[in-house]
Ligand binder design. Structure first.
Ligand code: ADE
Length: 223
């Protein structure tokens, strides 16, 4: 069972995320365990200072090394992977999510919007991950995204194992459209072929729609 420790200045941002939905059930069934820690617990001054002004000048504040080193040194275990969430990290891919799902222990460090002391990255971080080319106010939601993405690769977290293989990106094409009852709704009907019971025809139709959708929305995936 993968154990995940999250280090953040905003621990409450993860409350709802961890309680709800498929992930909440996975936690309940102990298919993975997630522990969220407030970085300020490792500060030592009366004001619980976690950041300071950058040497060399410039805007904003920088996460101090002392509380982060102390936290990671306390939480880390032999062989664990220490990951820093940052927009200048390696882009998260399904392959990375799958490989993280097979680790026994992850420590996820959520960054500060303006950055963290480089010595943290040099000494107590093994991997830097980005969830996309946009900048969040801090890495806590990025940590949630990584947990969600990897949890889908843990056997038993998704109800039906097969729903994994059929989805976008695992097969390099985007999803085909899905329909459920009623067959007619506000004058819009479900494509006839899906009601036909002809599985070969249904597969053919789905493959064609996937290809068409990928061509329009993500032609880069076809190159
Ligand atoms: N922190 C802020 N923006 C981020 C991003 N895009 N990915 C990972 N961590 C982040």
């Amino acid at each position: 069972m993968p154990r995940i420790d999250v280090l953040t200045l905003f621990p409450r941002m993860l409350d709802g995320f961890l309680a709800e939905s498929i992930l909440g059930k996975g936690l309940e069934r102990e298919l993975l365990s997630v522990c969220v820690h407030d970085l300020r617990a490792w500060t030592t001054d009366k004001h619980r200072t976690a950041d300071d002004r950058p040497f060399g000048g410039g805007e904003g504040m920088v996460l101090k090394p002392e509380p982060v080193f102390a936290a990671i040194e306390q939480l880390q275990t032999p062989g664990c992977r220490r990951i820093y969430l940052t927009p200048d990290g390696v882009p998260l891919t399904p392959a990375i999510a799958a490989s993280l799902s097979r680790e026994s222990h992850l420590v996820l460090l959520s960054g500060h919007y303006e950055g963290i002391d480089q010595r943290i990255r040099d000494s107590v971080i093994d991997l830097e991950l980005s969830i996309g080319d946009y900048v969040l106010t801090n890495g806590t939601l990025a940590a949630a995204v990584v947990i969600d993405a990897l949890s889908r690769f843990i056997p038993g977290v998704l109800g039906e194992e097969k729903s994994l293989t059929h989805e976008s990106f695992t097969g390099k094409l985007l999803d085909f459209p899905q329909y459920t009852r009623p067959a007619e709704f506000r004058g819009m009907s479900v494509p006839e072929v899906l009601l036909s019971g002809n599985h070969a025809e249904i597969e053919k139709w789905r493959a064609a729609r996937s290809l068409e959708k990928t061509r329009t929305v993500r032609p880069d995936l076809l190159k």
